[in-house]
Design a protein around this ligand. Structure first.
Ligand code: HEC
Length: 168
């Protein structure tokens, strides 16, 4: 670990927030006294995104992380996910086979929040605002990947009963 880099970072950060809050300054000092974060090990990851509402310590925006499904195409994981889909009552909202009920269909190839493995992971792990509970704390990372693998294994019907709003 390069201590000079950490010292510079702390100095820059403290300079930036000087005068905003003494409490924040104290907690920042405590944080700077500890170990450095993972930023040093993430040089190979994609660039991060700056959010106006977030203050990045030292101006160091955390890099983006690429979520890859470790169970992609694994039929045993898809089977486990299918069982979990029923056991966790996903089908109580999304219907049997994810065909749609009070929750949207998960089997028609159309996605409100994106249909990549990573996007479906986020939908299940963190939940979504209009009624989708977060299941990450209940089934864990491994369980969510099994659910993603199951949903991705569902065949998309040639004809679905409703039309997409966005026809691009
Ligand atoms: C209490 C009802 C309910 C339960 C239980 C539930 N969902 Fe949902 N789910 C919803 C609703 C409603 C939405 C739409 C949320 C929105 O539009 O913001 C949704 C959205 C989703 C999405 C995003 C769909 C898209 O089009 O992008 C996925 C994926 C999903 N749910 C998977 C699951 C899985 C897997 C489970 C079980 C672990 C589950 N849901 C349990 C109600 C539920």
């Amino acid at each position: 670990m390069d201590l000079r880099a950490v010292t510079t970072m702390c100095h820059t950060y403290l300079t930036r927030i000087h005068g905003i809050s003494a409490l924040l300054t104290l907690s920042t000092l405590a944080a700077c006294g500890g170990q450095s974060g993972p930023a040093q090990q993430t040089a190979a990851l994609p660039a991060g995104i700056t959010y106006e509402s977030h203050l990045a310590a030292g101006g160091n925006v955390p890099p983006g992380a690429a979520l890859a499904n470790p169970k992609s195409g694994n039929s045993a994981a898809a089977k486990a996910g299918e069982q979990m889909f029923s056991a966790m009552n996903c089908d109580g909202c999304h219907g049997g086979g994810g065909s749609g009920w009070v929750g949207p269909s998960l089997a028609d190839g159309r996605w409100r929040y994106g249909g990549s493995d990573a996007e479906i992971f986020s939908s299940i792990y963190y939940g979504r605002p209009k009624g989708m509970p977060a299941f990450g704390g209940t089934v864990g990372i491994d369980g969510v990947w099994s659910l993603v693998t199951y949903l991705k294994s569902l065949p998309i019907p040639a004809d679905v009963s409703t039309e997409a709003w966005d026809t691009d």
